[in-house]
Design a protein around this ligand. Structure first.
Ligand code: ADP
Length: 450
């Protein structure tokens, strides 16, 4: 059952319930008001009869019967007048009231109402000259029965028509209310991985449906960026892998077409090995990046940031022998203040990449500094090298991104994106500030453990 039909039915059920309740109330109050009017009339008539018969000496039972017959105002009326010992003094048409046992049942208090079969009746205790007389009167209220019958018919048809009307109206209403959602469903069906740039119409209204479309559009934008990045990554990676391979194949093919001296063979093999090393390095970097991207559950433990920095510095020094990498570490009184929660292997890769870059893109000293702040431990790696052009800083940590001023310096453009990813996993921040030909500063901001 679709939502429109369900809404329409639920609404109709509520309307139907309210109408039924309302009709029951109207019917009940109309019934009780007509009944009490009828009883009052019956009582008035019984009182008059009793007063005439008991209080007025001249009126005897045959005269009263004549009066009664000539003034009859109720249908199937019965009237019985007895003394306090249930002896009949006067009776008129006493079919149901004839039984003394019935009369005894009814005689309670000074005034009592009762119903027998289709008749409503009244009992009334008449007092005159210290004597008590019992007056019973009952009749059939045809007009009430007919009125109520008519009323039932009217209410039944009114409820039925109202319910039909409500089904129709609520369906139209539900359809109108659901229309924007149906539109969203239609638009969403048209969006797929090749059409991620499509967006839903957000409309002018700031209601839930507008918000849904807006949230969906925001999600689409994020997905689109993620997809584009992935596409860029794949095409860059294949380009980077294919270019040296093509060169190697071309050179080797050419080499096979001639006879060469031993020295030339050696030269060729040495060059090919260098190219293969380069490729190996690229593949390792790609694997590291893929590993970090894939592993969302990397084991974390308490690690000392100074120890990580020392290992990283040591490794870079082995590569750049003779370069000065100055660690400016001010030890706090409590060594535990240097502890952060992280993965030592990944943190070492991040620090090593930054220190390696600082050495690669500068010729002077590289400084590794860190400061313990209120909430954070800030590691800073700075150099006085070629720097990064201002307009390129924001995108520099995307995979395969390299600044325009490093064309003649080796590299793949994967190191910084690896650092960013590692920082993201550690919920730490990477801040880059740089000026061309003045130098660069990379700041890693970790949350403190204590
Ligand atoms: P790679 O070093 O292999 O080129 P990275 O991802 O490590 O790749 O760095 C991306 C780019 O960021 C570098 O190509 C360079 O343009 C810039 N860069 C990174 N570190 C420095 C630095 N210390 N000084 C100047 N430029 C830098």
């Amino acid at each position: 059952m679709n939502i429109k039909v369900r809404l329409a039915l639920q609404f109709t059920l509520i309307v139907g319930g309210i109408l039924l309740f309302f009709s029951a109330l109207v019917y009940y109050f109309s019934y009780s008001s007509q009944l009490s009017k009828f009883r009052q009339n019956l009582l008035d008539s019984a009182r008059n009869t009793a007063t005439l018969f008991i209080n007025v000496d001249e009126v005897d039972s045959s005269l009263l019967k004549k009066i009664h017959q000539s003034t009859i105002s109720f249908e199937k009326e019965e009237l019985v007048l007895t003394d306090s010992l249930y002896r009949f003094l006067y009776s008129y048409n006493d079919q149901l009231l004839a039984e003394v046992a019935t009369l005894e049942d009814i005689t309670q208090g000074d005034l009592n109402y009762f119903s027998i079969e289709d008749k409503d009746g009244v009992f009334y205790r008449h007092a005159f000259e210290n004597k008590h007389y019992f007056v019973y009167s009952m009749a059939h209220d045809r007009s009430r029965v007919e009125n109520l019958k008519e009323m039932r018919k009217i209410l039944f048809w009114s409820i039925l028509l109202s319910i039909c009307f409500s089904v129709l109206l609520s369906y139209i209403f539900a359809k109108k209310a659901i229309r924007p959602i149906s539109q969203i469903i239609r638009s969403v069906k048209e969006i797929n991985s090749r059409k991620l740039s499509s967006r839903l119409t957000e409309g002018k209204e700031n209601d839930e449906i507008g918000l849904l479309a807006k949230t969906f559009n925001e999600m689409l934008s994020d997905l689109e960026i993620a997809f584009r990045n992935q596409e860029d990554f794949v095409s860059n990676a294949s380009h980077e892998l294919r270019t040296p391979l093509t060169v190697m194949i071309g050179e080797s093919d050419y080499f096979l077409t001639h006879e060469w001296s031993e020295k030339e063979y050696k030269n060729h093999i040495t060059n090919t090995i260098a190219d293969l090393r380069h490729l190996n390095l690229l593949i390792n970097s790609l694997l590291e990046l893929a590993q970090v991207n894939r592993d969302k559950t990397i084991p974390f433990s308490d690690v000392r940031i100074d120890e990580i920095l020392f290992v990283a510095i040591q490794k870079v020094r082995e590569k750049y022998t003779g370069r000065k990498i100055l660690p400016k570490i001010h030890y706090p009184e409590n060594g535990n203040e240097l502890v952060i929660s992280g993965n030592s292997g990944l943190l070492e890769i991040a620090c090593r990449n930054l220190i390696d870059n600082a050495c690669k893109f500068s010729t002077e000293d590289v400084v590794v500094d860190f400061a313990i702040k209120d909430q954070t431990i800030n590691v800073e790696i700075s150099d006085n090298g070629i720097g990064i052009p201002f307009s390129e800083i924001n995108d520099i940590n995307k995979p395969f991104k390299r600044a325009s001023n490093v064309k003649f310096i080796g590299g793949f453009g994967l190191g910084l994106s690896l650092v960013s990813k590692i920082m993201e996993l550690h919920k730490a921040e990477l801040k880059i500030s740089s000026r061309v030909n003045k130098g660069s500063r990379f700041e890693l901001i970790f949350r403190r453990k204590i």
